[in-house]
Ligand binder design. Structure first.
Ligand SMILES: C[S@@+](CC[C@H](N)C(=O)[O-])C[C@H]1O[C@@H](n2cnc3c(N)ncnc32)[C@H](O)[C@@H]1O
Length: 247
């Protein structure tokens, strides 16, 4: 879990410096101050898609996979989905009980970022890769009707599920956008918070996602993400197949 406080005086430019594969990751820095803001493990670009797949192929495969998960959350998808997993990660049962079952059964996050976000009534929050909307709905409770939550997902069935759950929760201030997280279409410097729960590991172009985060965050806004990361390089025979992408 990384809580990223963007300095209000900083230039809104963001660099991710890649390091040699196997050396443990890369450091993203805020250049004008030199502060280390977040550490994001990456592989070199030649390893950032499964063998034989372009970034566009990978994107389509991810989109298809999460649409399939939305259609059949109890299927065997290679990763955990649903309420027992959400509770195991730390979402309180009492909170999950307040949400539509359709948001909880399709949960596919990797952590509990919404529980760490210090969102206040009236805040504007952008949730990247919202899936069925579990975090977006929790953030909607925090920001309240004076606030705004914009939740983004490119998988049509996930976005449709999230929209349905927003209706069931009667949260008109929560809006679901079916778009790429690297191209949200939102205004520059418009978000108080950006949250993400398991989105970077699915993307071959992590820098593009981070560029978009820093474009839409207002000065002083905050980025809170839960992510999975490798502690050590994968063995040479791992990481090349599409199924390795969904673990
Ligand atoms: C690991 S799931 C997490 C879903 C949700 N945050 C949750 O906690 O249940 C990632 C979600 O991000 C979406 N996604 C992945 N890559 C995306 C991209 N490049 N643009 C938009 N959505 C993306 C997937 O469709 C999926 O619903």
């Amino acid at each position: 879990m990384t809580d990223l406080n963007v300095d209000a005086d900083s230039t809104p430019a963001f660099n991710v410096s890649k390091v040699e594969p196997g050396s443990g990751g890369s450091i993203a820095t805020w250049p004008s101050k030199g502060d280390v803001m977040v550490e994001i493990p990456m592989v070199d670009s030649s390893q950032s898609t499964p063998s034989g797949m372009s970034s566009a192929d990978l994107r389509s495969a991810v989109q298809q996979r999460y649409s399939d998960v939305s259609r059949e959350p109890t299927g065997d998808w290679g990763f955990r989905v649903g309420r027992p997993f959400a509770e195991a990660l730390g979402y309180p049962a009492a909170l999950l009980n307040q949400l539509p079952a359709g948001a909880v059964e399709a949960f596919t996050g990797v952590g509990t970022p919404a529980l760490f976000a210090d969102v206040h009534p009236g805040d504007t929050v952008v949730d990247l890769g919202c899936g069925g909307g579990l975090d977006a709905l929790i953030l909607g409770l925090m920001s309240g009707p004076r606030g705004r939550v914009v939740a983004v997902d490119f998988a049509p069935e996930m976005a449709a599920r999230a929209r349905q759950n927003v209706k069931l929760m009667d949260q008109p201030h929560v809006e679901i956008l079916e778009r790429l997280v690297s191209d949200t279409g939102l205004l520059d410097a418009s978000a108080d918070w950006v949250t993400a729960n398991g989105i970077l590991n699915l993307s071959a172009a992590k820098e593009e996602v981070l560029d978009e985060v820093f474009r839409i965050l207002r000065p002083g806004g905050r980025f809170l993400l839960a992510e999975i990361a490798l502690r050590e390089p994968l063995p040479p025979d791992r990481g090349h197949s599409l199924s390795d992408w969904f673990r």
